[in-house]
Write a protein that binds this ligand. Structure first.
Ligand SMILES: CC(C)(COP(=O)(O)OP(=O)(O)OC[C@H]1O[C@@H](n2cnc3c(N)ncnc32)[C@H](O)[C@@H]1OP(=O)(O)O)[C@@H](O)C(=O)NCCC(=O)NCCS
Length: 223
């Protein structure tokens, strides 16, 4: 198997114009990448660029899928402070025009090879509605991240590392909160759109839904 610069096998993109690279190695692509992400998850450009510019050779790293010089896919990889040899992936996407051609699987394979080369043994993620895609790629349902372990970890590290980790966690929480706000707003707008409301659900189901997390937690152990 021939291995490219970043530990990603050339085989998965053989005879294609595609390439997977860390975004910070091509900073001129930052704005393109920002637009791509905002086409799926609307967020202020400034906040998005700040988040993208944290990409570095040590994690967090944004990997992008390129079609020649066009950014058509993205994945952010971060370490999980409380769990050794483990990373979390987020903002994983393929541009609308390029979906259903196997490119999501190619990018995911590239991400797995990239992190495995850097000693990572397990990938975790949360998803709202793409469970099927990840299952096809060998991921299975897992437990939510253990917050108690996280607290133990936070108590054990020095102040400057603590600040970095707090900022990382803050960004994840802000991103998830904004997503949830947007979704609630869309639901409210739909409620006032004049369309007849759906029939009420039986009480029990409705109650259960209130407490269920909308996210599915998934993981894959890398061999
Ligand atoms: C999820 C996403 C990355 C998939 O990318 P893609 O390039 O369309 O996926 P692929 O073509 O590589 O699909 C691989 C396989 O998964 C299947 N698949 C893709 N999405 C699926 C879904 N939501 N449910 C079930 N199967 C799915 C495909 O049918 C294909 O199956 P096959 O190998 O039997 O043909 C893309 O749809 C996307 O960017 N969505 C919007 C952003 C998003 O939701 N990201 C996930 C955040 S957790």
């Amino acid at each position: 198997m021939s291995i490219g610069n970043y530990g990603i096998s050339r085989e998965i993109m053989k005879d294609t114009p595609y390439n997977i690279i860390p975004l910070h190695h091509r900073p001129e692509l930052m704005n393109q990448c920002c637009k791509l992400l905002n086409s799926e998850w609307r967020r202020s450009e400034k906040a998005r660029l700040i988040s993208l510019s944290s990409s570095c050779d040590k994690f967090p790293t944004s990997l992008v899928l390129l079609d020649n010089d066009k950014v058509i896919g993205h994945c952010k990889i971060s370490l999980i402070p409380s769990i050794d040899d483990c990373c979390v992936i987020e903002s994983f996407m393929i541009s609308r025009d390029n979906r259903s051609q196997g490119l999501g699987s190619i990018l995911l394979r590239g991400v797995e090879q990239y992190v495995a080369k850097r000693g990572i043994k397990q990938i975790l993620l949360t998803t709202r509605d793409q469970e099927g895609f990840y299952r096809k790629n060998g991921y299975s349902i897992s437990e939510p991240l253990n917050l108690y372990k996280l607290m133990d970890y936070m108590n054990s590290i020095n102040e400057s590392d603590k600040e970095k980790q707090i900022n990382l966690i803050k960004n994840i929480i802000i991103e998830k909160t904004n997503e949830r706000r947007k979704e609630l707003k869309t639901q409210q707008n739909n409620a006032f759109s004049g369309a007849p409301p759906p029939p009420p659900l039986p009480n029990l189901i409705e109650k259960k839904r209130q407490y269920e997390s909308p996210y599915t937690y998934m993981c894959k152990k890398l061999s």
